[in-house]
Write a protein that binds this ligand. Structure first.
Ligand SMILES: CC(C)(COP(=O)(O)OP(=O)(O)OC[C@H]1O[C@@H](n2cnc3c(N)ncnc32)[C@H](O)[C@@H]1OP(=O)(O)O)[C@@H](O)C(=O)NCCC(=O)NCCS
Length: 171
């Protein structure tokens, strides 16, 4: 799915306030801490609660492996001024049977409400359409997850059945 450019862990996406970079082993403690928060995990389909260190270590290894193969692009979200710090994850992964690959994301609760989710998601969505020939991305947000639904809307996703969003290539 993804080209050689993104398959090396030097690949970065820069936004006004963030770096998106590959996750690494040193991020595991921050992921356990931030994604281990029920306020984050209960809004996602894929983060177990409670979240233990070995699960997170496995996530990081798998993310780096599938990034290397170009099957996914799983990126750590880090502040521009502290690129080693992880404050969230944004990812695009294959979703066989769906209209297109799946966009997933979370941000640690201390970082909510400042537009950072929209900034990170927007950057990865634009990279997907810039660097791959893909025509469509899909995502999903719980009906009660107004912030996530708004992020998807702001990043060009259209609602299909209440929970699934689809973002076509524009132009
Ligand atoms: C979804 C998430 C990434 C949003 O991150 P964020 O940085 O707080 O979001 P932003 O600040 O970029 O924007 C959120 C938008 O939703 C709006 N919003 C936030 N909370 C809201 C609420 N309770 N009701 C309605 N709108 C809300 C904001 O006003 C903003 O819209 P605006 O720019 O038009 O004002 C973050 O809340 C999160 O990680 N949640 C837990 C995990 C999750 O839900 N992941 C997505 C799974 S589908």
């Amino acid at each position: 799915m993804f080209p050689d450019l993104t398959r090396d862990d030097v690949f970065r996406l820069e936004t006004r306030r963030l770096w998106l970079r590959w996750p690494c082993a040193a991020d595991a403690a921050a992921i356990v801490d931030l994604a281990g928060d029920r306020a984050v995990s209960e809004m996602t389909a894929r983060i177990p609660h409670p979240l233990d260190r070995s699960t997170v270590d496995g996530f990081v290894v798998k993310a780096r492996w599938t990034n290397t193969e170009g099957r996914s692009l799983v990126m750590a979200i880090a502040p521009r001024g502290r690129p080693q710090s992880l404050i969230g994850i944004v990812s695009i992964e294959p979703d066989p049977g769906a209209a297109g690959p799946h966009l997933g994301y979370w941000l640690g609760a201390p970082h909510w409400g400042r537009g950072l989710g929209t900034e990170a998601v927007g950057a990865l969505v634009e990279a997907y359409f810039a660097y791959t020939p893909g025509q469509t991305l899909t995502s999903a947000a719980r009906v009660e997850n107004a912030a996530s639904r708004r992020v998807l809307q702001k990043c060009g996703f259209a609602r299909t059945d209440g929970v699934i969003g689809v973002r076509p290539r524009f132009g």
